[in-house]
Ligand binder design. Sequence first.
Ligand SMILES: [Zn+2]
Ligand SMILES: [Zn+2]
Length: 211
Amino acid sequence: MSAKPDRPEVDQDAGHLEDMPSKQDDDSWKDRPPYRTTDASEKFQKRHTAHCHCGRVKYWLSQEKPLAAKFCHCIDCQALHGAPFQWAAIFHKEDLHFEKGAEGLAFYHAPSKGTHYELPVKVSCANCHSPLMDEGRNMVLMFPGIIKFRGAEDKKHFDPQCHIFYSQRVVDLPDGKPKWVGLDKKSELMKDVQPHEAETIVGERKTETAE
Ligand SMILES: [Zn+2]
Ligand SMILES: [Zn+2]
């Protein structure tokens, strides 16, 4: 019955640690996407299913493809994901639906190093600690590694368009995709190396930008 709220513009900074603080003193966020629990009147299309490693947290995506997908090489992602870089796909909050709402989730507010719910917040499974998503003010960055893809075609929709914070990388990835010093379209593009020149970066990071 109720009209869908206007969709906000794509928030390039979604989930990034410099995001504006937005303190929540009540629990009203649990009634909003992506945490609100199933409402019988709601027609939510379950196009993709995602769940954490232990399977206690499950959610669905209503869209076939994300607004964008990226590899982030920033040092915060390296530390928080225990990986050389992070693969993220951007969705509107209402495109996600957790099976049990906020139940079983753990939150981490990186700017204050607190384990409470405050945007931007990193969301993981409270049991197995698989990273699930970063929630920004308007968007979420979910991690496609937890999607149970039905096939290669499905997965292709999540192919990243670019690399961000490439200046902080630990390994060269000469895939021909745009490589940004910081955020995409808000920083400079960097030079790609030839595949035979690719290496693990152990010393000073190269910061050569493209012409
Ligand atoms: Zn889990
Ligand atoms: Zn990052």
